[in-house]
Design a protein around this ligand. Sequence first.
Ligand code: NAI
Length: 680
Amino acid sequence: MFEGLRPRHCRAELRDDGIAVITLDRADKPVNALAQALIDEIGQLVERMAIEPPKGLVFMSAKDGGFSPGADIGEFEGFFAQGTIADAISNGHRVFDAIARLRCPTVAAIHGHCFGGGMELSLACDYRVAADTPDTRLGLPEVKLGIHPGWGGLARLPHLVGAPEAMRMMLAGGSLSASRARAIGLVDGVVPREDLMAKATDLVRTRPARPFRQRLTAWATNTWPARVALAPTLRKTVQRKAPRKHYPAPYAMIDVWRKHGGSVAKALRPEIRSVVRLAGTPTAHNLVRVYFLQEGLKARGAGTGHGIHHVHVIGAGVMGGDIAAWAAMQGFNVTLQDQNAQAVQAALARAGTLFEKRLKTADRIEAARRRLAGDPEGARVGEADLVIEAIVEKVEVKRALFADIEPKMKPDALLATNTSSIVLEDLREGLARPQNFIGLHYFNPVPMLPLVEVVHHDQASGESLRRGLAFVRGHDKLPLAAASAPGFLVNRILFPYLLEAFRLREEGVPLRAIDEAAVRFGMPMGPVELADQVGLDVCAHVGAVIAPKLGVELPGGVEALIAAGKRGRKDGEGFYTYPEGKAVKPPLPENYVPPVDLEDRLILPLLNEAVACLHEGIVASADELDAGVIFGTGFAPFRGGPIQHIRAVGKDEVIKRLTELAKRHGPRFAPRPGWSELAS
Ligand code: NAI
């Protein structure tokens, strides 16, 4: 049947029982990213089967990691550049439609990741069966790249699982476990991985009808009245999270379904048109860029052994407790030391809650608990390959601790500090092995924020830095190499932005107006709420270190709040009050009109500082800077990072606006060194 075809990225065989099996196995990649070459090969095989149908067709993957992570996004960058995106989308449609039209039963046998285009390939099949392994996840995350499913997924999914489930899944871009996928009817069976093929064969032979209830839901929720009724509710839900102006994809998705979702056939063409349009938006370009920035950070820590098995954390407070829990959850053996034994107990309890929330199954939770041990006295510091210090932010106290522990540590163990503001040159003073000393600067809350700054200093060895980067990646965080300068990268860039918010407050601009301006720009939360979340004491402390460096003064109002015991969210009150953990923001005065330059006053200092950091070499490149600021602060991802945003607005335009602000409000807005080196 397949004579003469020599696919490179998959294998095809016709078994003795008459069932054809296509095994996806990309030749040049560890995963089955759906490159056009692979799609073309599938297309040729399917063409043969259309002429001479086998008894059935099963798709499976030869890769350990999973079925397919989706389209080859690297290729898409090329399509963007060449303007051939419409051809690539149409080609995928042509092949997947051909699968859907085959006159034999078709099954996708799925293990591990099954996302995006991979999921859409499986949706073109009659049946799907999934392995019951914890790493099996299914989803359509296209919205995270500023587009929507474009290889038939948007048309097909609502008619398989019903529109509400389908839209929820595609709009959020999240993923489902095998059992959840089974519960909503996305897969027709969940079996042990070794039984996948047997189950797929069984589905081919028995061709079971979908359960009546599922068929009824799929039909009823896609009728015209249902679409007209549900679309506004979906739109409202999306509006709360993503304004149309910045994130058009979810709205486009709802529109295609509302207008054309009556049948799969009717929705296919509009789906192509819509996704091609979205692919041309700056949002999609920037979100694809963010994807690659993230891959870039991952690559910095990949492929290099760190030799770390046992991590010893000192300081079981907010940061140390969570760092220890995170590392244990990710498979490291961890011991946790604190001069206050109660702090250790409290951190272990908090860790238990994290394990339960994230690991789900009893055996995995229990295993993580066993990996994390309290060690208040620090008796096991000598066993560790990495010691992370997260005690009070005082140079003398940290130095005294280092003097005590360094002689007890293994000679080749790494010593890391989580300091948020002290330059490492001040801390390495007196160390016997300063070459083994680095900074690992985590962000609060540790389980939520993906970035860790890996900080070097004048005497740190390249090998220590390399091990630090690899360790950070090894516990599923994104490593950013940063130089030891006040505030490193992220806090340094946030500082002028927060400072300006505090000044605006002193000038009488309502807090809500300040935060709303930042959120409108695309920040995940405004600077006032952010300061409350970080803690005003922490802000003031970090600010005191950075302010002299930038030649600015801290506004007084913050100190008064700290003195009154209102340090922000943790005290239930800071700038805002937090009666139930959520900020209560006083409403704006009636007919209030914010200053016209409000947004510029907040955002331009941040951009200005980004340019200065690049100039000083705090990070190695503009891409790393953009990545650090997006993953460290949540900076509007659809804008692609501060430097990318400067490029989009125009460097000269930003300089002009800064100069105007400097004239109006003071020299703190004057363009900082580095603008002349920035490529236009
Ligand atoms: P914290 O006050 O919550 O915890 C510090 C812990 O260290 C306390 O449990 C204390 O008992 C213990 N400790 C103090 N001196 C000790 C010693 N000599 N030996 C053993 N244990 C000792 O402090 P937090 O917020 O966790 O900060 C810790 C470090 O992390 C600081 O360097 C801080 O600058 C840094 N950091 C804090 C962030 C935050 O948002 N809180 C963010 C990033 C870094």
